[in-house]
Design a protein around this ligand. Structure first.
Ligand SMILES: Cc1cc2nc3c(=O)[nH]c(=O)nc-3n(C[C@H](O)[C@H](O)[C@H](O)COP(=O)(O)O)c2cc1C
Length: 219
């Protein structure tokens, strides 16, 4: 798979088959992703991968702690403004339309959101850990690492969904994994094999055109 194909083919998968991913494959994905760039080569990332009973324990932990709390590092700024507000709203509505869940069906929407905490059925969950003292630059670099994980996974036929939803479980997860006081979980990621029979996986999210996001000067 070439790089352009991989970037375009990576989509968020929200229904996985239960088939396990061999540890060797997950290790290989990490072995590739560690070549992601980072300012000063700090490599400000750590990953905790869970499968089997460890995955099940984390899922049970989340269930016991719903709805959870993001703490100080909010996933989105308060009162999101345009164009971001509309983009967020649109992808949500497109997804619920595929799932056949109407705007007023709050319980069904909640049930779908709660599936985040089962990794959407994926056999492997990843948690991305960063030192709390790191600044916005290092958080961006961690994002590059995460994208590298998603692309390397695709090359091995493994799909993903990045999951900031797990930010709500930061405190119980930190205690569960025995993280140091200086560490925090930024985000989770579901890894597995897509269940292509599920309508939710046919979601193709919009993107703003190049002229809306880029300026070309001096060409
Ligand atoms: C850092 C990050 C966190 C995300 N967290 C969630 C999440 O918790 N649950 C979810 O269903 N999707 C999550 N997403 C998926 C986004 O909604 C998705 O990337 C976006 O709508 C674009 O769609 P695509 O990934 O299919 O291209 C996350 C994406 C990123 C990059």
């Amino acid at each position: 798979m070439n790089v352009i194909d991989a970037i375009k083919q990576r989509i968020s998968i929200r229904a996985f088959k239960p088939d396990p991913i061999p540890e060797a494959v997950v290790r290989e994905i990490m072995d590739v992703a560690r070549y992601a760039p980072s300012g000063g080569n700090l490599q400000p990332w750590k990953v905790i991968a869970v499968a089997g009973v460890e995955r099940d324990a984390v899922v049970a932990l989340a269930k016991a702690n719903l709805p959870g709390d993001e703490g100080e590092r909010l996933v989105y700024p308060a009162n999101l403004w345009e164009p971001y507000r509309t983009r967020r709203y649109k992808v949500g509505e497109d997804m619920y339309a595929l799932l056949g869940i109407g705007r007023d069906n709050k319980p069904a929407r909640f049930m779908h959101l709660a599936q985040n905490f089962e990794f959407f059925g994926a056999p492997v969950g990843l948690f991305f850990v960063i030192d709390k003292a790191m600044g916005h630059g290092q958080w961006a670099h961690l994002g590059m690492f995460m994208q590298s994980v998603a692309l390397a996974a695709l090359e091995r036929g493994v799909q993903s969904c990045m999951q900031e939803a797990w930010a709500r479980m930061r405190a119980p997860l930190a205690a569960h994994f025995g993280l140091g006081d200086h560490e925090m979980i930024y985000c989770g990621m579901a890894l597995g094999y897509a269940d292509t029979s599920k309508a939710v996986n046919s979601l193709r999210s919009d993107r703003a055109p190049v002229d809306e996001i880029a300026e070309f000067r001096g060409f």
